[in-house]
Design a binder for this molecule. Structure first.
Ligand SMILES: [Ca+2]
Length: 320
């Protein structure tokens, strides 16, 4: 029986409107070694920090570990190969954003990777969309900005994009990756503490921003000309103080040594709040203006949203 997934469009409140065209850039001409380790994690110790634009004193009272970099296309492709084989996810047809499942005739069907989700509590609040238990879209099989593709029976990163952040992944797909690897998505407060450290800085590296710090809208990095001028992602850890093809970067890690906590891709966070189905992202992206890269800036969308400008990283409990 042919199962299909119908979709109710969610209102996506997203700061970045149009995304880059998939494959129209030539990333393989721009392969730069950044020496960033995709498998690196760092421990964030319990403690106080200043939260938000108005420096609210708060604390996280436990230690946790967070990935130094955003999850890469190579990592997500490897995960997909494992989880497809074990039956954790499957390929199905969907239209737009899958919210409920019904049998329908599809005209413009598309293939997506989908998996089970236990559902959210629903309170019927104004504009709240019910997220039922069931099959949810993790990522489309093909989409603009998607850096991995099915090659025979195997997922592979596109040439030149191995060490770029995974994009075009929904909140469900990001959560599934983190849980498969023994972690979870960071809460907003965990994300913010990891980005800011103990002082009042507005950016992960300090108090001001220049084009040498991060990938943002028209920031003149070597990837700005890709995707018909919308700009492309930079590889993880690109802003490390090295010069690439004449473009000088600054060392732009957060106080905990995290790369790319501002710009490049928005990062999904894990909080599921009462009275809204929306999920929140942090960090700003290659399509954001510089001021939207400040640590406290939030963006939101339904959990089925995907975009060339949205990725994620994971947190986990300390290993010891
Ligand atoms: Ca840029």
């Amino acid at each position: 029986m042919k199962r299909t997934y119908i979709i109710l469009l969610l209102t996506a409140v997203i700061l970045s409107a149009c995304g880059p065209q998939a494959g129209s850039g030539d990333y393989s001409d721009l392969e730069f070694g950044t020496s960033a380790d995709p498998d690196a994690w760092v421990r964030v110790g319990a403690g106080e920090f200043y939260e938000g634009q108005f420096d609210h004193e708060t604390m996280v009272d436990y230690d946790y570990e967070i990935m130094v970099n955003n999850v890469t296309n190579a990592q997500y492709a490897e995960y997909l190969n494992l989880v497809m084989e074990s039956g954790g996810v499957e390929i199905a047809e969907y239209i737009g954003l899958s919210i409920q499942m019904e049998d329908v005739d599809l005209e413009n069907d598309a293939q997506g990777i989908v998996g089970d989700y236990p559902g959210d509590a629903f309170h019927g609040y104004n504009h709240e969309v019910e997220i039922l238990a069931g099959i949810r879209l993790h990522m489309p099989v093909e989409a603009e900005g998607l850096g991995i593709a099915l090659d025979g029976n195997e997922y592979r990163p596109l040439p030149g994009l191995e060490n770029h952040p995974m994009t075009a992944v929904t909140w469900f797909g990001a959560l599934a990756y983190c849980e498969f690897n023994g972690g979870r998505l960071p809460s907003e407060i965990e994300w913010e503490k990891a980005a800011r450290g103990a002082d009042r800085r507005p950016y992960p590296w300090g108090y001001g921003i220049s084009e040498s710090n991060a990938n943002y809208y028209h920031s003149d990095d070597p990837f700005d000309g890709l995707n018909a001028g919308s700009g492309g992602t930079t590889p993880i850890g690109f802003f490390n103080g090295q010069a690439y093809a004449g473009f000088q970067t600054s060392d732009s890690q957060s106080p905990y040594g995290l790369n790319d906590m501002a710009g490049n891709v928005w990062q999904w966070t894990g909080d599921v709040y009462e009275n809204t189905h929306l999920r929140y992202m942090r960090g700003g992206s290659l399509a954001s203006y510089a001021h939207d890269l400040r640590i406290w800036t939030r963006n939101s969308a339904g959990p089925d949203y995907f975009s060339p400008n949205v990725g994620f990283r994971c947190v986990r409990d300390p290993m010891d």
